[in-house]
Design a protein around this ligand. Sequence first.
Ligand SMILES: CC(C)(COP(=O)(O)OP(=O)(O)OC[C@H]1O[C@@H](n2cnc3c(N)ncnc32)[C@H](O)[C@@H]1OP(=O)(O)O)[C@@H](O)C(=O)NCCC(=O)NCCS
Length: 201
Amino acid sequence: MLDEVIVIGGGGHAKVVMDCICAAGDTVFGILDDNLSTNDTVLGFPVLGKTTDFEKYRNHPFLIAIGNNNIRKQFAQVLNVTWYTAIHPRAVVSRYARIGAGSVILPMAVVNAGASVGKHCIINTGAIIEHDDRIEDYVHISPAAALGGTVHIGEGTHVGIGAAVRNNITVCGGTTVGAGAVVVKNITESGIYVGVPAHRQ
Ligand SMILES: CC(C)(COP(=O)(O)OP(=O)(O)OC[C@H]1O[C@@H](n2cnc3c(N)ncnc32)[C@H](O)[C@@H]1OP(=O)(O)O)[C@@H](O)C(=O)NCCC(=O)NCCS
């Protein structure tokens, strides 16, 4: 049966997420966003109210469409609802990979065999998650970023656009890897890392 999803957040990332939900054969019932009005629509879908109105819609599955990892985590911890997991039909997800509830796998992303993706993660357009990678909860892997095999990404970390992480590397939680960075050594202290090879900003 068709899922009618409640989307938390109505910004730019939400457009991509809503498109993904529809491409997957489901639909968007409406949006809850604290900064939009009920007169607004996003991609033609109605803004139903604020996030505090969530109780009215708990018979629907929910998905948080907010790019910021910390904000996504805050909502995930407060909203006691059923989570929808969005996998775009043109993403390639191995049958031997595991995807956590509330995560989004966008078009052209690849998640290879033996990889696991935690809860409420974003695997963005064209990102590559190689075999045996372990992605913890609330992680965002940006468009065209690539992780070699057996990489471990800690909770809440953001890997920027087009960044690369060499195989067998661990990046600790709460870290930002800048756009285009190449991580060749384990990152054990959270912070912002940029450049080739990546160093602390
Ligand atoms: C790394 C990053 C977090 C730094 O953001 P910031 O702290 O606001 O940094 P600023 O833009 O103020 O730049 C500070 C300095 O770092 C440099 N810098 C910024 N981003 C850089 C990057 N990715 N690689 C190399 N150098 C970078 C700037 O050139 C600047 O250098 P300067 O002081 O010599 O002029 C950010 O630039 C970035 O890459 N974010 C990822 C964006 C992304 O992937 N978004 C996904 C959307 S889907």
